[in-house]
Unconditional design. Structure first.
Length: 256
């Protein structure tokens, strides 16, 4: 279902306000794209009509799809997501554009990606926000509601929890804010209500983007002054107070 879902989105992003959504996503990712370094970037699926990462310093960008296709600026590899042909710690960046929304076990796919990434490599995740009012209209009232209902809608913070569990540092986690294009036929009152809801914390933008970096070492607590108790660093032959009544002293001995 993964590549069929992304093939549908490839056409969906070409029309009307959907192009505006893609432009907002590109603007959100613009700064992060230029900070993706390394030799190999792999994108799992092509839901966008062009290469969003064309400005990345990584020259070798590979598109993983279910059938051979020409995608300007990227090499194509035909593969199944359950049997990805990439070795352990062989990739510098992996892009999941609406990929987690089309698999039965998203966390399993994230673990596969984690195995393929080098230390300090990056994963980029893009998805639909299930709390967006406009996305709910797509899901339940839109012309393509049957397709959108089959998708596995994931909240951004749930994906972040999975990444934290895998030990990733979150570099970017943000929703886009999409405005209607000029000439929209949606009633003005409804537009204002939807805009106000999407501005609130409960209903943010239509899309979200996450950029996370694989840590080369576990995160350590900061702001904590860890000290050993005074009685721990007792060397051989040191004099220590006894617990006996009268506060007598005895010499500590170490036996192997």
């Amino acid at each position: 279902m993964v590549f069929q879902w992304q093939a549908f989105l490839n056409h969906w992003y070409r029309h009307g306000s959907n192009r505006t959504a893609l432009s907002a996503l590109e603007a959100l990712l613009a700064d992060q794209v230029t900070h993706l370094f390394g030799f190999y970037l792999v994108q799992l699926g092509a839901p966008w009509p062009h290469d969003v990462f064309e400005h990345s310093p990584i020259d070798m960008r590979v598109l993983c799809t279910e059938r051979p296709q020409h995608f300007e600026g990227m090499e194509t590899v035909v593969a199944d997501l359950d049997y990805l042909p990439f070795g352990r710690e062989s990739l510098d960046a992996v892009v999941l554009p609406h990929t987690l929304e089309a698999v039965d076990d998203p966390y399993h796919l994230l673990r596969q990606v984690d195995n393929m990434l080098v230390l300090d490599g990056h994963v980029v995740i893009v998805g639909f926000n299930p709390l967006s009012v406009r996305n709910q209209r797509l899901r339940w009232l839109g012309r393509d509601r049957t397709v959108f209902r089959r998708a596995n809608w994931l909240r951004m913070h749930r994906v972040i929890d999975w990444l934290n569990l895998l030990g990733y540092e979150i570099k970017l986690a943000q929703h886009t804010l999409i405005r209607r294009p000029a000439g929209s036929s949606v009633p003005r009152v409804q537009e204002r209500v939807e805009y106000a809801l999407e501005k609130s914390a409960v209903h943010p933008g239509r899309l979200y983007a996450i950029v996370a970096q694989k840590r080369s070492a576990p995160l350590t607590p900061t702001g904590l002054d860890w000290k050993l108790a005074n009685w721990l660093p007792v060397n051989k032959g040191a004099w220590v107070p006894s617990r006996r009544v009268g506060h007598t002293w005895h010499r500590r001995s170490h036996q192997s």
